[in-house]
Design a protein around this ligand. Sequence first.
Ligand code: G4P
Length: 530
Amino acid sequence: MSSIAEEINKRRTFAIISHPDAGKTTLTEKFLLYGGAINLAGSVKGKATARHAVSDWMEIEKERGISVTSSVLQFNYDGYCINILDTPGHQDFSEDTYRTLMAADSAVMVIDGAKGVEPQTRKLFKVCGMRGIPIFTFINKMDRDANDTFELLDEIEKELGIATCPVNWPIGCGKSFKGVYDRHKESVITYSDTQKGTREGETTVIPISDEAAVEEAVGKERKQVLFDEIELLDGASAEFDLEAVRNGKLTPVFFGSALTNFGVEIFLQYFLQMTTTPLARVCEGQKIDPVENEFSAFVFKIQANMNKAHRDRIAFMRICSGKYEADMDVKHVQSGKVMRLSRPQQIMADERKILDEAYGGDIIGVFDPGIFSIGDTLCMPKANIKYEGIPTFAPEHFARVRQIDTMKRKQFVKGITQIAQEGAIQIFQEYNTGMEEIIVGVVGVLQFEVLKYRLENEYNVEIKLEPLPYEHIRWIVSADTELDKIVGTSDMKKIKDLKDRPLLLFINEWSVGMTLDRNKGLELSEFGTA
Ligand code: G4P
């Protein structure tokens, strides 16, 4: 029997972030392959089936063939127990995608070598940056023509503001992709076709000092380019510094091809060594150590109606410290109630598995009788832990919402409030217009459809959504600012959230800057406090 400390220390919990189509799903599948969670030939799921498999819970997902929910994948590899937090990969991602990052200890950023940094990567990166978690970069699709490698690194540094340190370096790309040079091992690892990853590659490892063998493997010209690039790189790139990686100041960069399964295992091995064990979490300024402390967890996601027949709600929580055991009594801190966590589950792909035990770093889903909210803490009955809440992330699409049958006002308000509590949407009210209308803000436009669908199906209320042109929302953080006195641009709109906190909506980023210029002392934030 291994001790709690051993169990926790072997855990690595991370999220994969990318812009749609960069290769997140493909990379995840290859990880699972190494973990033995799926078989090599034949069972590598195509995108369409993978997306269906991840979650079939909501009708809308089935109809659209996309996953609205996030799930967790757990597998063992090389003595590690790996938890991958899956984030919705479609363009229409939601606030859940951001929240999932609050439960991760590090992030793997997948970039398409031909596209570089794309908008969704940028947004997700911002959230990771806010938490200061380690970020690892996998530049994918090197089997296709890619942008200049130095330019790619430059783009990451400039666009995302993080220093880069290539751990390996590509030798050519596209049709002339020959492999990578491993800077730590000072060896060339040759690329071989794996027929889209369905069979093992025949890679060879050649020490860079064996110049003749390197030349034979990559060709004379490529060899010279590689030697020149290595020299340039050694002089120009940031030194590898594990401390800086752990603080999210430096991203180790890897190159490969997820589809052909090249560079994936090399990446996984380095990643596991460089990333952290479950991180301590903060409670009232104090760090709660994952090993030293008894069980504690926080809720980062609530998914309603996963099983239509039962109308159930599942609260996903990240275990921050200690061990969870079946039928253990725990305290729900926000209500002060001691409760038994009934049948916690691990939700992996389309399966649900009942768990007997779980440890710091793990994610569990528990049946929610309607008492959990996002950000809530659970701990041992006698303990006194209350984790800091999860911030509210800026929606980017807004609509005015009206119920079609005005007699159903009560159901409408109840429904929309409950759905907002789950955190899929945010609701706001007009400021000082005397209008009772509700404004809905979402991170991805799909959530508008989810809202409409759920209000109709679960609350029997039909609604009409009238899109508004705003794209930028800012919370007012300066304490002595009076909403009435703010002088904004003509496209600015003042609103309030349900807790009466003032917010500003803008059509463009320029207006945000202009409003800041016009109001001395005004401080705005892209993240709201919970
Ligand atoms: P996502 O989850 O980030 O959205 O991306 P996903 O893995 O679904 O990959 C998007 C497309 O890119 C897929 O092609 C996938 O096969 C392809 N792809 C992923 N990694 C690589 C790579 O290393 N090299 C090349 N050449 N292609 C890669 P698709 O045609 O959209 O889907 P499918 O029909 O192949 O499943």
